[in-house]
Design a binder for this molecule. Structure first.
Ligand SMILES: C[S@@+](CC[C@H](N)C(=O)[O-])C[C@H]1O[C@@H](n2cnc3c(N)ncnc32)[C@H](O)[C@@H]1O
Length: 266
């Protein structure tokens, strides 16, 4: 034993082993859902804010975890629900469908805040947010602006998540900001699922995260591989389910079955 407090995901098995209750066809966050569950249990945030929610794949995972753990928390999803050049533009039905799913399940502690990120700032007092997930427009300038404008809202033990730290195409620039953030703050980065950066931006690093941030190269690689495998299971399961529900599968599956039977007979 070297006295180091190691991060052990199995300490959070109640959260880790949950199945996500809602997955849409927006798949980019699916591989991070097991970590979202575990992180929620680690941090027990009193206030969680997401900037960029779209169909809710990431946001609803945090809501599910908060609900299952019975945490006392206020959660806020901020989005215009209009889209942008990276996620694509979409119509009002996306917001309406999310609202219809979200409000009855999580409305008692969570709110869909339909406006721009800048407009939402006034709703939050300084140093009030424990966990912030930034997943809006992914240019360097946009994500830097989002981080800098929301930083004063972070509590003394605040943690910020940055999605898409590993994407280097189509003018994505989160990786550039992440280089700056990870130099300045205690942090950890998952490379799978387009990359997810975790940074403690307050004066205090939440104790459960210290084992993650201080992991040596070998432990860090194992943690990444572990969460990649856990996340891949969810992402692949969703893909299989989508295939089974697709009209082309429903048409061709009986034909394939008939061919198998025919081959057995002949
Ligand atoms: C990448 S998507 C979010 C993906 C989501 N987190 C998930 O799990 O699938 C980005 C979203 O951010 C929203 N968005 C981008 N910039 C915004 C801004 N300045 N204000 C409000 N919403 C914004 C877009 O409408 C879009 O729905």
């Amino acid at each position: 034993m070297n006295g180091k407090s190691l991060f052990n995901p199995l300490d959070y098995s109640k959260s880790l082993l949950q199945e996500p209750q809602r997955l849409s066809d927006v798949t980019s966050w699916h591989e991070h859902i097991p970590f979202a569950f575990v992180l929620t249990e680690m941090l027990k945030p009193r206030v969680f804010v997401e900037l960029g929610t779209h169909k809710g794949d990431s946001y609803l995972a945090f809501c599910q975890a908060i609900d299952t753990l019975g945490l006392v928390a206020g959660c806020y999803a901020v989005d215009t629900w209009q889209g942008e050049e990276h996620a694509g533009f979409y119509d009002e039905s996306v917001y309406e469908e999310l609202k219809a799913y979200h409000n009855p399940r999580y409305g008692r502690f969570s709110e869909l805040v339909k406006c721009t990120f800048d407009e939402a700032l006034a709703r939050f007092s300084g140093e009030s947010i424990d966990l912030l997930h930034i997943d809006g427009l992914h240019t360097y300038e946009a994500v830097k602006h989002d981080f800098e404008t929301w930083l004063p809202k972070m509590s003394g033990s605040g943690v910020v998540l940055f999605h898409d730290t590993a994407v280097r195409e189509r003018a994505f620039g989160v990786w550039r900001l992440w280089e700056e953030i990870s130099e300045k703050y205690p942090s950890f980065e998952f490379k799978h699922g387009h990359g997810l950066g975790v940074a403690a931006v307050g004066s205090t690093v939440p104790e459960p995260l210290s084992g993650l941030f201080s992991a040596d190269a070998r432990d860090a690689a194992n943690i990444c591989r572990f969460f990649h495998l856990m996340g891949e299971r969810i992402a692949k399961g969703r893909q299989v389910q989508a295939l089974l529900e697709s009209p082309s599968w429903r048409v061709t599956a009986p034909l394939r079955k008939m061919r198998r039977i025919w081959k057995k007979i002949c």
